[in-house]
Design a binder for this molecule. Structure first.
Ligand SMILES: NCc1[nH]cc(CCC(=O)O)c1CC(=O)O
Ligand SMILES: [Mg+2]
Length: 348
């Protein structure tokens, strides 16, 4: 029986059952699709999407990532195709991440400063072909270090803050020089936003934006990402001396406040779904462009559960993304970006 067949006249539907005397019945506004559309408080649009992609050198155009079904590492040529796809679908920006040849990794991440590295070559190629798609490029050393940390590691296992920030500034300059529109420091060193802003400005890159990974937690949900960029096996220890404790919320506001004072144009909360309370507090407190990263482990949970038949993948994807909008986010970094954009363009 279809839903339409259930729409019987009220008189016929009500009969002997005893009636509650309710002035307000919230279900009235939910009774049909037109009404649900009318009272909907938030919308998800293609303008809300940032699409993270993984780059790799070599002869293969695409290599799969076992823990992220449906997401591949792509060559630079293929990344240009992805950027063209983003433009076609109306996705505003891409966030590329490199799988760096292990032979190029060293303790201080020197390859990050190489103006001819994989990221810089990809940025130039994408910007030459599809200049209208924004490129939001990660500044952090983990793809480039032999130990997988986001900064310089001492022999006794400490990640050095100020030494790392100096390198991040040079990395940011290489990215900006290659044509990056926005630098996204994801390392969680103290003071890096101000230092990167000053370095960019000193070299004339005053229009290059900074999206700060401001409240980034030491999370188990980054597992598949570390497979994608090849740091899961090499990472020594964990990142709890620089990424935030999942138990903290007030501290996230301090992180955001400081990054804004240092010149961040946009801020990010990461991971996403387990941290929607943080998104809401950040948006309510500062009223600045606020983004969330629906990270690799969140993607994997939804996608793998869907492939196993446990949940409806398309609905779970859309529900997870509208939740970010409801929590106050202006946009979401999500591996689902092309799929969602495809759906939204069909719906429009
Ligand atoms: N600078 C590292 C970085 N940048 C983005 C992610 C994770 C993104 C994801 O899981 O999708 C990470 C992982 C980490 O901190 O170990
Ligand atoms: Mg900070």
């Amino acid at each position: 029986m279809t839903l339409r067949a259930l729409h019987k006249p009220a008189a016929e539907a009500s009969s002997t059952a005893s009636k509650l005397d309710l002035a307000t019945r919230l279900r009235r506004n939910r009774k049909s699709e037109w009404s649900r559309r009318l009272v909907r408080e938030t919308v998800l649009t293609t303008n809300d999407l940032i699409w993270p992609i993984f780059l790799v050198d070599g002869s293969e155009p695409r290599t799969p990532i076992a823990t992220m079904p449906g997401v591949d590492r792509v060559s630079i040529d293929e990344a240009v195709r992805e950027a063209e796809k983003a433009a076609r679908l109306g996705i505003p920006a891409l966030a590329p991440f490199p799988y760096v040849d292990p032979a190029l990794r060293d303790p201080v991440g020197s390859e990050a400063e190489n103006h001819r590295n994989l990221m810089c070559r990809a940025i130039r190629a994408i910007k030459a072909a599809v200049p209208e798609v924004g490129l939001i490029t990660d500044a952090a050393l983990d793809p480039y270090t032999s130990h997988g940390h986001d900064g310089v590691l001492t022999e006794c296992g400490r990640v050095l803050n100020d030494e790392t920030v100096a390198i991040l500034c040079r990395q940011a300059l290489a990215l900006a020089e290659a044509g990056a529109d926005c630098i996204a420091p994801s390392d969680m060193m103290d003071g890096r936003i101000g230092a990167i802003r000053a370095a960019l400005d000193a070299r004339g890159f005053t229009d290059v934006q900074i999206m700060s990974y401001a409240a980034k937690y030491a999370s188990a949900f980054y597992g598949p990402f570390r497979d994608a960029i090849g740091t899961r096996k090499t990472l020594i220890g964990d990142k709890r001396t620089y990424q935030m404790d999942p138990a903290n919320s007030d501290e996230a506001l301090r992180e955001v406040e400081i990054d804004l004072a240092e010149g961040a144009d946009m801020v990010m909360v990461k991971p996403g779904m387990p941290y929607l309370d943080i998104c809401r507090r950040v948006k309510d407190t500062f009223g600045v462009p606020t983004f969330a990263y629906q990270v690799s482990g969140e993607y994997a949970m939804i996608e793998m559960a869907a492939r196993a038949g446990a949940i409806d993948g398309e609905r779970a994807m859309l529900e997870s993304l509208i939740a970010f909008k409801r929590a106050g986010c202006d946009g979401i970094l999500t591996y689902f970006a092309p799929r969602v954009a495809g759906l939204l363009s069909v719906a429009a």
